[in-house]
Design a protein around this ligand. Structure first.
Ligand code: Q46
Ligand code: ZN
Length: 292
């Protein structure tokens, strides 16, 4: 690991990564062992690695899998569900599952087709839907915090994109810990945000975690993948570049580089259909899409 000027054998790597995770959970005040944690799992390496680490460390961590109804050549959603279920069963862990098609009558690609941007990728619709459902399940079952498996490569790519477009509001809010700004919203944390993707992949591999190797078919050609490639090129020349980019951003913001966003969350109202906080005066974005 040139970025850390560190080389570890399997045994020590498997000690190092969970210890570091624990350090970051404490340092960034994410949660404690008294908290009920809901881990959003996709069947991929990062989310399953996160669930594994939290479980091994004695945290109260249950899983949530959201079935998007995405098929592709590999039957992506069905297979990723099976990986998640097998992981949970093998460890006796509780996994909540929400099947969007069954609960709302249409899959993500179908909902997306009915939107005005129906000819584009369903990722925007997918993001809104996942956020709504993750928050609903976390609130309904009394979880204190929602944890996602985002790694440094993910976060650095989002930061790159937000910076490219100077999206002030997004830059202000991009964070490893997102406090609940409204009683109807759950706190969100990203305990793996300081690990390189290679590190979470190595952890999953060395722990023998069986995960879905394929990405969602709609991720092909995504901007985020392009940004990841650019950052990887920088990283190859300057080990640690990604980490410096992201951590320097967090420091710059702490020292006041970005102004508070103008919209205050006090203006949120409640969606008359799903009961969740929304910035819109009527149905929330998710319920509007489902009803379309
Ligand atoms: S947004 Fe888009 Fe992902 Fe949803 S449709 Fe697939 S690629 S899963 S993180
Ligand atoms: Zn709603």
């Amino acid at each position: 690991m040139r970025q850390h000027k560190l080389g570890l054998c399997k045994t020590h790597f498997l000690e190092w990564l969970p210890q570091q995770t624990e350090r970051f959970i404490t340092k960034y005040k994410m949660f404690s062992r008294a908290d009920k944690v809901l881990v959003a799992v996709s069947g991929g390496k990062d989310s399953l690695a996160l669930w594994d680490i939290l479980n091994e460390a004695g945290y109260q961590a249950d899983g949530l899998y959201i079935g998007l109804g995405i098929e592709g050549e590999q039957n992506y959603s069905e297979r990723s569900l099976r990986f998640s279920q097998r992981f949970a069963e093998a460890r006796g862990l509780k996994l909540h599952t929400v099947d969007i098609q069954r609960e709302y009558g249409s899959s993500i690609p179908e909902i997306a087709e009915r939107t005005p941007k129906g000819d584009e990728k369903p990722c925007a619709v997918c993001g809104v839907s996942k956020r709504n459902i993750m928050n609903r399940v976390a609130r309904q079952h009394g979880y204190d915090v929602l944890a996602t498996g985002h790694n440094l490569d993910d976060e650095a790519a989002v930061l790159f994109s937000n910076t490219m477009h100077w999206l002030g509001n997004y830059l202000q809010r991009q964070s490893p810990v997102l406090e609940a700004a409204h009683p109807g919203l759950v706190r969100k944390v990203k305990p793996l945000f300081r690990f390189y993707e290679r590190e979470t992949a190595a952890y999953a591999l060395l722990r023998g975690i069986d995960y879905i190797y394929e990405e969602c078919p709609f991720s092909v050609g995504a901007k985020s993948i392009y940004y990841k490639e650019i950052l990887n090129r920088m990283e190859a020349d300057r080990p640690g570049a990604k980490l410096i980019f992201y951590l320097s951003f967090l420091r710059a913001r702490e020292t006041g580089l970005f102004a508070e966003p103008q919209r205050t969350t006090g203006e949120l109202s409640t969606c008359p259909n799903c009961g969740q906080p929304t910035a819109s005066p009527d149905l929330c974005a998710f319920c509007r899409m489902v009803a379309a």
